[in-house]
Design a protein. Structure first.
Lengths: 112, 113
């Protein structure tokens, strides 16, 4: 199964970098690694995704281990608005289509 | 650009009653998803539409749940009859195609008493 393992919760101080880890030891060669986050009382929102190489966008960076069995989402400067549940997801190809398997995520608390 | 719209935001019903949720996806998005999210858990896919065709409904409990996407735009998810265990948040999402990132609505929080 396309399972990911994340810590239940993490804390960070405002304006400091945050590294959110994710283990996905059962990843297969065609699985993409996606990150979404869910703010309170909202639906999840896309953060970033990658396959093998590290990725950067305006929201975050994604560092993928060489063996692809783990990855880290990096928020360069956490703000209070970054407090959310962060989901690391493997997008798996199944019967010619893609499926997201969400785990329980990491609840990030940002301290002022 | 307007996001995914869902209504109602909250619904409280008694068990055995019917309930329906409505979703309006982002304009131009061909793929539409319905997810179920239990408290403290990540979303679980119920059904995925490509235009008006349901292409993945393997996780939809078909004895009591039904969905439709007429004209390939808006979608409705129905539960009849509702059970206590159906209390959850029902999320709708859309994407340009199944390859693209998904945009989620705020969800409908259902409470069955």
């Amino acid at each position: 199964d396309a399972k990911t393992t994340q810590p239940n919760s993490m804390e960070s101080n405002e304006e400091e970098p945050v590294h959110l880890p994710c283990n996905h030891s059962t990843i297969s060669g065609t699985d993409y690694i996606h990150w979404y986050r869910q703010l309170p009382s909202q639906g999840p929102e896309y953060v970033i995704h990658g396959l093998t190489s590290n990725v950067n966008n305006r929201m975050a960076s994604l560092a993928i281990a060489e063996d692809r069995k783990s990855s880290t989402l990096i928020l360069h400067r956490a703000t209070l608005r970054d407090a959310a549940v962060y989901y690391c997801i493997l997008r798996r190809t199944t019967s010619g289509t893609y499926k997201y398997i969400f785990g329980t995520g990491t609840r990030l608390k940002v301290l002022a | 650009e307007a996001g995914v719209v869902q209504s109602p935001r909250y619904k409280i019903i008694e068990k055995k009653q019917p309930v329906a949720f409505w979703c309006n996806p982002i304009s131009g998005h061909n793929t539409l998803y319905w997810y179920l999210q239990n408290l403290g858990q990540g979303p679980e896919l119920l059904i995925r539409y490509e235009n008006e065709e349901a292409v993945d409904d393997s996780q939809l409990p078909k004895d009591r749940f039904s969905a439709e996407r007429l004209k390939g735009v808006d979608s409705t998810l129905k539960i009849q009859p509702a059970e206590l265990g159906d209390s959850a948040v029902y999320l709708c999402a859309s994407s340009l195609s199944y390859r693209d990132e998904q945009y989620f609505g705020p969800g409908t929080r259902l409470t069955v008493t």
